[in-house]
Design a protein around this ligand. Sequence first.
Ligand SMILES: Cc1cc2nc3c(=O)[nH]c(=O)nc-3n(C[C@H](O)[C@H](O)[C@H](O)COP(=O)(O)O)c2cc1C
Length: 199
Amino acid sequence: MEFYDVINRRRSIRQFVDKEIPRDVLERILDAGLKAPSSNHQRRWELLTLTDKTIILSLAKLIKPYPCRITEPKSPQQEMFKIAYPKQRTMIEESSCVILPFFKQKYPLSEEKNGYGLMDYGATWALIENMLLAAAAEGLGSVVHIPVKKEPEQIRKFLSIPEGWGLPALVILGYANPDAEVPAQVKATVENRVRWNKW
Ligand SMILES: Cc1cc2nc3c(=O)[nH]c(=O)nc-3n(C[C@H](O)[C@H](O)[C@H](O)COP(=O)(O)O)c2cc1C
């Protein structure tokens, strides 16, 4: 797929069909992630890739759907909340693969002295975006879930993750359900968001 088509086609998909993703497809997506830029060329990443449905279903049990009281969305964001919040668990249950991108967390994220904690965290998001785009190029749907509240600790315990590894997001992959609900996108264009040469 042409690069800009991939960019334009990638959307967050939260409903999937029950279909296995071939191993070679997953390996290309993982490889795309590992090619991302990283601070100080560290590439201190470890990608835990779940394809075993029993493990995925058990992981999903740790994720709480958020309550959402919006019935008549008045903006693309509200539409997204209405679609996304209730699906935080089911989107994992329906997925065919969940990638957990860990980064070696040598410093706390709030480390103000040198900002290193944020650099490794940021580099992991570069890796995540590469994988989301690669998934789109492979004809897959994808979405991320940020572990909140008790979820990070519960995930760590469930998967026996050693101390010292940060997890910015779960990367959830699958073949999109053709009826998947996708909200309108907030308009962010070169015309309305870019300033040239001065603020
Ligand atoms: C930092 C970040 C955190 C996000 N967290 C979640 C999340 O926890 N659950 C979810 O369903 N989507 C999450 N998303 C996806 C956004 O909701 C989505 O990107 C946004 O609504 C725009 O839709 P699009 O990805 O289809 O363009 C997150 C995206 C980013 C970049």
